[in-house]
Design a binder for this molecule. Structure first.
Ligand code: NAP
Length: 309
């Protein structure tokens, strides 16, 4: 028997909501988009648009789920309001600006009996599951991660990224950590160097060393990369090396490109959210956020030249 689609609303109608959430919802049999809420009242598709979540929830009592696609600094407040209204909540990455905020959301969702889903979209990239299967039973020798993209190209004008709580270069790099935590045994931040531009609050670059694995694990992060962009993780084992590139859209085993499924991350992500709602379960893995928090705690911080768009 087919189930009725879940009535969902989007809070925060910005770049990722338009680029990924709207198309995934439009193609989903599990969900039907019924409204949006964003400060400028911008409309998407042909559903009612509100300027505030509270007004939307009051006017549209049939909403069953809310996808919170705001910047992280306001995620807790928006998600709390949705949970308090008894809605199931999808949190874009990162699930909150701090670990304690995320823990508070977990507690509130549990008390309200609603689903809370921390949606690590990169884990739905097509290379991730085949990589996990390939790594089973192999000994990790060395891991190197390079996440280098041009903030001016991918995030034009998004000042929140370099504001307190915006996480800077960790806004993209937390995606790498979401993949790494899904693939590797437990690891921790051993040391970090972060470069924060004068007049801003979050790093534009970083070098990290992780401990806890049998061999070295290094990460190079850069938000000012021009030319070719890198979203690569190479994992060397006792039985060969795999490389996930383009954020997990591609996979090579010992240099041989593998054939993968559909590159779209959000359709399977929404299928997962639907399954969680229908089984009344939650899924909130805080490990990627914990690693970012730890990097900030142990980092040597260097001030660099001011950044302008
Ligand atoms: P964005 O383009 O700045 O969009 C954020 C949207 O949220 C804006 O429309 C903003 O409105 C709205 N907003 C702010 N405060 C709000 C509130 N209290 N209630 C409702 N809406 C509110 O940012 P984005 O790139 O889409 O990123 C949003 C989140 O998705 C971030 O956590 C990011 O890490 C994640 N993400 C981004 C990408 C990407 O490629 N961009 C990919 C995956 C995940 P105003 O502009 O009027 O403030």
């Amino acid at each position: 028997m087919t189930q009725a689609p879940i009535r969902i609303a989007i809070a925060g109608l910005g770049k990722i909501a338009r680029d990924a959430h709207l198309p995934a919802l439009a193609a989903s049999a599990d969900f039907t988009l019924v409204a949006t809420a964003s400060p400028d009242g911008a409309a998407a598709a042909d559903v009612p648009a509100y300027t505030a979540l509270g007004a939307m929830l009051a006017a549209e009592p049939g909403i069953e789920a809310v996808a919170v696609c705001t910047p992280p600094q306001v995620r807790r407040a928006v998600a709390m309001e949705a949970i308090a209204a008894g809605k199931n909540v999808l949190l874009e990455k990162p699930p909150a600006a701090t670990l304690a905020e995320a823990e508070a959301l977990i507690e509130a969702a549990r008390a309200a009996g609603v689903t809370l889903f921390a949606a690590w979209h990169s884990r739905y990239a097509p290379a991730v599951e085949p990589a996990r299967a390939w790594l089973a039973g192999k000994a990790i020798r060395r891991v190197s991660l390079a996440w280098k993209e041009d903030i001016r190209h991918w995030h034009p004008g998004q000042d929140w990224i370099l504001a307190p709580g915006g996480m800077g270069v960790f806004d993209p790099a937390i995606n790498a950590l979401s993949i790494a935590t899904a693939l590797l045994p437990r690891f921790h931040v051993a040391s970090a160097r972060l470069a924060v531009p004068e007049g801003r609050h979050a790093p534009l670059a970083g070098s990290l060393l992780f401990g806890g694995l049998a061999g070295p694990f290094t990460a190079e992060l850069d938000f000012l990369q021009t030319g070719p962009q890198s979203w690569d993780i190479a994992i060397e084992t006792d039985q060969g090396t795999i490389t996930l590139s383009l954020g997990g859209a591609r996979l090579a085993v010992d240099g041989v490109e593998q054939v993968l499924g559909d590159a779209a991350e959000y359709p399977p992500l929404y299928a997962r959210f639907a399954r969680l709602i229908r089984t009344r379960a939650s899924e909130v893995d805080l490990r990627p956020l914990q690693l970012v928090a730890d990097a900030f705690m142990v980092a040597e911080v260097e001030k660099t030249a001011p950044f302008a768009w």
